[in-house]
Design a protein around this ligand. Sequence first.
Ligand SMILES: Nc1ncnc2c1ncn2[C@@H]1O[C@H](COP(=O)(O)OP(=O)(O)O)[C@@H](O)[C@H]1O
Ligand SMILES: O=C(CO)[C@H](O)[C@H](O)COP(=O)(O)O
Length: 420
Amino acid sequence: MTNNYYLGIDFGTSGARAIAIDKEKNIVATKQNSFTNITADELTQTWQDTLYQLIAEIPLDIRKQLQAIAINGTSSTVLLCDREGKAIAPPILYDDARGKEELEQINNIAPDNHVVVSATSSLAKLLWWQKQPYFKRASYFLHQADWLGYLLHGKLGISDYHNALKLGYDVEHLSYPIWLQKQPYSHLYPQVFTPGAVIGNLTPQQSHRFNLPANCIVRAGTTDSIAAFLASGVSQPGEAVTSLGSTLVLKLLSQTKINSALYGIYSHRIGKLWLAGGASNTGGAVLRHFFNDEQLQNLSQHIDPKTRSSLEYYPLLKPGDRFPLNDPDLAPRLSPRPTNSSDFLQGLLEGISRIEALGYQKLQELGADKLTQVYSAGGGAKNSTWQAIRQGYLNVLVTVAANTQAAYGTALLAANQTLL
Ligand SMILES: Nc1ncnc2c1ncn2[C@@H]1O[C@H](COP(=O)(O)OP(=O)(O)O)[C@@H](O)[C@H]1O
Ligand SMILES: O=C(CO)[C@H](O)[C@H](O)COP(=O)(O)O
C-alpha cells in the first residue's frame, strides 16, 4: 500500500490538535483534546496520553497510509530528563519567569540583545534547574516538542532550530555558539535539526501500537506559533501573522534578522528569510479569564469598532510581559472596570490591539521589512469586531489566514511542503 497521508500534531497552550492531510494538502481528519486543570506533576503524563489518544483517534484507513508525522510544542516549554527520557522534575512552562533570578548570570555569558536575555528563555530555565539538588541526575534538556517526538521515534536529545532558538542555538551558523558550548551543562543540549528534517522511522513498538506503517517517518518539529505561521501560507516579506491564541504572538516575514532584548524581539530562521517577532503574555487567556467563548462572541456584537473607549488597559493575568515590553515585573492594567460587560470587553480588545500595534511598530523601527498585511490565526481570529478594531490600530489590511490551525502548519511540515 502507498503512504498517502501526513499528520501534524499541535501542542498549544490550552489543548492539542491533530490534523491529517493528503498529498494535495487537503485536510482528511481533525481531532482535538483540551487540557483542563492539570497540575505540574501531571503534565508529562497528560501530554503523553493526549498524544497517544489523538493518534489513535485518526481513522484507521488514514493511519495505515501515514507517510510522516511532525509535532509542534509551545516555545520554551522545557523538560529535564534522565537517560531513559523520564522527566526528573515537572516541566517548566513557556511563560514561567522563575528564570529572572538568572538574568545577571545570563548577561555575563551571552552577547548583548541575545534572545536568551529574558526571564522566560529556555536558557534561563536551564540555569534555574542547575541550582536544584536533582540536577545532577539530568542527562537531557529537551523542549516539549522534542520530548513528544522522542515518544514516537525513540531517539533522545534531538531538537529543531525553531525550538532551540531560546536556548541560544545560533540559527545562522547552525551550531551552538562558543560561549554556550563552554558552559558546564553543555552535555545536556539537544542535537539540532532543520525543522521538517527526517529524524527517523517510528519505533516498531509505536508502529504496532497505532497500526502505522513501519516506514512512517518522524520529522523534526517546530514551535506552536511558527506552525500557525506555516499554516497561513504567507510567503512574501512584509506579510505577517498574528496568533490570537492564549498568548499574542507576532511574526513578520522579513529579509533582515533583528534582535532586541529590551523589547523581547527575536528572529526565527525560515528558509532564506527571517521571522521577526515576539510573544506577549497578553491575549486570549486574559479574555477567557473574564468571559467564555460564547460570551466573547455575543458581547463582541455589541461593540462598535469605529468608536474607541477611554480605557487604557494592559491586559495581563499576572505581572510580567515579554514583548513588546520585556519586563518580568510589568504590572497588569485592568481598571477602571465599567459595569457594562461589552464596554469592559472593548477595553480588553483595544488593549491587546494596542500591544499588537506597538509590537509591529518596534519590529519595523528595528529594521524588519515594512508591514504590508496582517493575517490572523488562533482562537481570536474568528472575531470580526476585533479584526476591525485591530485594523484601526495597525493601518494595514487585516484578514483571516487561509488556514489558521497550527496542526495544519505542522502537517505541511510533515509533508515537506513549507518555505523551509
Ligand atoms: N470570539 C472570540 N473572540 C476573541 N477571542 C476568542 C474568541 N473565541 C475564543 N477566543 C480566545 O481564543 C483562545 C484560544 O485560542 P487557541 O488558538 O485555541 O489558543 P492556544 O494558544 O491555547 O492554542 C482563548 O484564550 C479564547 O479566549
Ligand atoms: O507564547 C507562546 C506559547 O504559546 C508562543 O508560542 C511563544 O512564546 C512564541 O515563541 P516562538 O516565536 O519561539 O514560536
